[in-house]
Write a protein that binds this ligand. Structure first.
Ligand code: BDR
Ligand code: CA
Length: 309
């Protein structure tokens, strides 16, 4: 099984990424680390505990990470995910609790102790990963690969130019994108193809189980946000795409490119500047996804959710 660490900010789509990461038979989820993003790290950590409690994901340590971007003030996404970061489903008080260790220390320890066989899956701002890299650069060669949800080749979703996860902490993203390890970027071009349509909701409903029902509740709220804010007919499941790309690397169609992170632009801060035509002359540092095998993605996700019965 492929060892992974999920670094997330749940978050409706993060919640589903977590369900996929914890249960897919090809993966071994070593830890869940939380970061500020969709909401404060207090809230995203509580949400991670609630998700794992509901789904009885009991063997995976959950650790709270950074509450602030590297140098900027925190900016959250209550317009999309609500005040709790996971509005919509009614969730009981979790029976699981956080580890006493900070997420950054968890990342450093697990990577240093590893044989270089761990893939990191960040689905929030890259603050924890960047902080771990700065504090302990020796972890960098130990990272097998990074499969991250973030960025966009063309237009953004939080500004006209930028995608939320990168925009929320561009300096952290710049550090991670320059780390020299294999990076797969799963941008909006890919995730906007993973739309939870009514047909998908019906497949979930037909399972008649608590976890698929929870996913339906998540998608109803998320779908309403996406309808109001973006005019989408169905919500995109961004973060599970980054997990799916580890399980089945061919599920996304991608191209190697040089990618820089804009940290100073007047209108473009947080933009992932993707050198599609090799204009920079710089070697590719990122495998950039641009399309998704949609049916395969849903089969993979729904088959895994069915295992929670
Ligand atoms: C990303 O931002 C968050 O709102 C989602 O959880 C996802 O990780 C999409 O831009
Ligand atoms: Ca997220």
């Amino acid at each position: 099984r492929q060892k992974i660490i999920l670094d997330c900010d749940p978050g409706h789509d993060d919640a589903i990424a977590l369900l996929l990461a914890a249960r897919h038979p090809a993966l071994e989820l070593l830890a869940v680390t939380t970061v500020a993003g969709n909401q404060s790290v207090e809230k995203t950590s509580l949400n991670a505990l609630k998700i794992c409690s509901l789904a009885h994901i009991e063997q995976v340590p959950i650790s709270k990470g950074m509450n602030q971007p590297l140098i900027r003030r925190a900016r959250h996404a209550a317009d999309i995910h609500g005040d709790s970061g996971l509005d919509g489903p009614a969730l009981p008080t979790p029976y699981l609790s956080l580890t006493s260790q900070h997420a950054v220390d968890v990342l450093i320890d697990l990577l240093l102790q590893s044989d270089g066989d761990i893939i990191l899956i960040p689905t929030g701002p890259l603050t924890n990963i960047a902080t771990a890299m700065r504090r302990a650069p020796a972890i960098i060669p130990k990272i097998k690969a990074i499969s991250l949800m973030g960025g966009a080749i063309s237009v953004g979703n939080v500004t006209a130019s930028a995608e939320f996860n990168i925009w929320a902490d561009p300096e952290a993203a710049a550090l991670v994108f320059a780390c020299g390890r294999p990076i797969t970027m799963v941008p909006l071009e890919v995730t906007h193809q993973a739309l939870a349509t009514e047909a998908i909701m019906q497949r979930l409903q037909a399972m008649h189980q608590a976890v698929p029902d929870f996913v339906i509740d998540l998608m109803r709220y998320f779908g309403e946000s996406y309808r109001q804010v973006f005019g989408f007919a169905a919500p995109p499941l961004h973060d599970p795409c980054a997990v799916a790309a580890v399980i089945d690397p061919d599920i996304i169609v991608s191209k190697d490119m040089h990618v820089d992170i804009e940290t100073r632009g007047e209108w473009t801060e947080g933009r992932t500047v993707c050198d599609l035509y090799g204009k920079t002359g710089l070697p590719p540092n990122v495998q950039v996804g641009y399309a998704l095998h949609v049916e395969r993605f849903w089969d993979l996700l729904l088959e895994t959710l069915a295992l929670y019965a």
